[in-house]
Design a protein around this ligand. Structure first.
Ligand SMILES: CC(C)(COP(=O)(O)OP(=O)(O)OC[C@H]1O[C@@H](n2cnc3c(N)ncnc32)[C@H](O)[C@@H]1OP(=O)(O)O)[C@@H](O)C(=O)NCCC(=O)NCCS
Length: 170
């Protein structure tokens, strides 16, 4: 897959991305907004492990966000299962050096139709930590609706937070 947005290229990860992934993902300010599966510090071995997983058999879609020929972030779709098999989650992160240039807004805008086309879903959701207004703003700019606040749903780095649920219905 190769999606050209106004500010980046979204494409599959390759083993050659490991060094740039480790460089850009190794940031506690990024990790603080992500689930604990996103390591901090983020080593080269973590990057290699992620790329093996993202390029192996998986129901998920994992795309690198490439700017100036370098993978500087990631965006992914995770389909849910069982009675939630018509729902999926979207997740993303971007290297801090590239924040506030509209890159993630462009990426999310491009990936939403891909998600609805690839999976038989009626709902695409994202649970945002309540201390992450930038991510909420991205989703609002991309047509997501602020649906609910799940109070005390998140404990991140020892801090209790609400989770703000955003949803897109396609
Ligand atoms: C959230 C994140 C993906 C945003 O990426 P980005 O490319 O900088 O986003 P964009 O430039 O497309 O848009 C950011 C919007 O948030 C706004 N914003 C940025 N920081 C903000 C803040 N502290 N408070 C309110 N709005 C903020 C920007 O002004 C912009 O809105 P605007 O276009 O109306 O001015 C990036 O900051 C990031 O990777 N953060 C760490 C990881 C993360 O949060 N991942 C998402 C987990 S749910």
């Amino acid at each position: 897959m190769h999606v050209i947005t106004p500010t980046s290229i979204l494409r599959h990860w390759t083993t050659d991305d490991a060094a740039s992934l480790a460089k850009h993902a190794d940031n506690p300010g990024v990790a603080a907004m992500m689930r604990d599966a996103f390591p901090s510090p983020y080593s080269l071995e973590d990057a290699q492990r992620f790329i093996r997983m993202a390029t192996g058999p998986t129901p998920n879609l994992f795309l690198a966000i490439e700017v100036n020929g370098e993978a500087v972030g990631g965006i992914g779709i995770h389909p849910l299962d069982d009675v939630k098999h018509r729902c999926a989650e979207i997740g993303y992160w971007l290297s801090e050096s590239f924040w506030r240039k509209g890159i993630m807004t462009d990426a999310v805008l491009s990936v939403v139709p891909v998600a609805f086309k690839r999976y038989n879903i009626v709902r695409l959701q994202a649970g945002i930590f309540s201390n992450n207004p930038a991510s909420m703003r991205v989703l609002e700019k991309c047509g997501f609706i602020r649906e609910a606040v799940h109070r005390n749903a998140i404990t991140k780095n020892g801090t209790l937070l609400d989770e703000v649920m955003y949803v897109h219905f396609g």
